[in-house]
Design a protein around this ligand. Structure first.
Ligand code: GTP
Ligand code: MG
Length: 273
């Protein structure tokens, strides 16, 4: 007599992943997670003490993903608690507040802290990063525009989303892209798929555009010392022009950066004998 084999739970399709949230205190990390998991927004600021932990299940294609979320405290005081939790993450939510430039500028040091804590295990190519430009509902106080945020993110092969935990804008789309990318990565043997990191512009171009945007005067913009000679100014100008010429550079903001460099050179040459 034939019997049917016992039914086994098919675990092949299920996946367990760890994600963490990073960014300065008060940028909205906990609210973004709350908006997604609990569909609500709390206007009162309740600072995360060290770390908050939660689990959620999501479906990506034919896979069930169990997501362990470690929501980090942004306050420097909690460094000793945070540093334990960087290891073995498959995904990182990097959050800044579009109304606070210092929270955007701090993204580099968050990556630095993470690399330092992961030590020799640090393989940033095996982690999916999503940058959330948060609080886009507060349009009047916005100081970091989309081009600048997107450039920072995409030049590093990171996703970029504009979000508001308050209105819900961008939150579901962001998490869907996040989990689907992590699943792709796991199916790709733990490497971020190449297509995702391939860029139409170089990191040097992106970093130069950012530096030009943040420069304090024309000397600084061209990267020469105040009082530099005509030759030094022209040499620096030529180098930047080759790097950023709109015919050659498709990075967001390259056209404005190129124009700014042309204007800086013109104004400096006017005053150099
Ligand atoms: P730490 O836990 O201290 O690191 O802060 P956090 O990044 O988790 O910030 P949290 O989510 O607690 O939010 C900080 C404050 O910003 C709270 O008062 C929130 O209500 C507010 N907030 C968060 N997201 C948004 C948003 O998208 N729009 C607006 N208007 N306020 C927001
Ligand atoms: Mg928090």
């Amino acid at each position: 007599m034939e019997t049917n084999p016992p039914k086994r739970r098919d675990n092949k399709k299920s996946l367990r992943v760890k994600v963490i949230s990073l960014g300065n205190a008060e940028v909205g990390k906990s609210c973004i997670i709350k908006r997604y998991c609990e569909k609500r927004f709390v206007p009162k600021y309740l600072a995360t003490i060290g770390i908050d932990y939660g689990v959620t299940k999501v479906q990506v294609r034919d896979r069930e993903i169990k997501v362990n979320i470690f929501d980090m405290a942004g306050h420097p005081f909690f460094y000793e608690v945070r540093n334990e939790f960087y290891k073995d993450s498959q995904g990182v939510l990097l959050v800044y507040d579009v109304g606070l430039r210092e929270s955007f500028d701090a993204l580099d040091s968050w990556l630095g802290e993470m690399k330092q804590e992961m030590g020799s295990q640090a393989n940033m190519d095996s982690i999916v990063f999503i940058v959330c430009a948060n609080k886009v509902d507060l349009t009047k106080r916005r100081v970091v525009d989309e081009g600048e945020g997107r450039l920072w993110a995409e030049s590093r092969g990171f996703h970029y989303f504009e979000t508001s935990a308050q209105s819900g804008e961008g939150i579901n789309e962001m998490f869907q892209a996040f989990f689907s990318s992590i699943t792709d990565m796991c199916e790709n043997g733990g490497k971020r798929p190449v297509a995702e990191v391939s860029m139409a512009f170089t990191k040097e171009q992106a970093d130069t555009i950012r530096r030009i945007r943040n420069s304090k005067d024309s000397w600084d913009m061209l990267g020469v010392k105040p009082g530099a000679t005509r030759e030094e100014v022209n040499k620096a100008y030529r180098k930047l022009a080759v790097l950023l010429h709109p015919d050659k550079c498709v990075a967001p903001g390259s056209e404005d950066a190129f124009k700014a460099v042309v204007n800086a050179r013109t104004s400096l040459l006017k005053n150099i004998k």
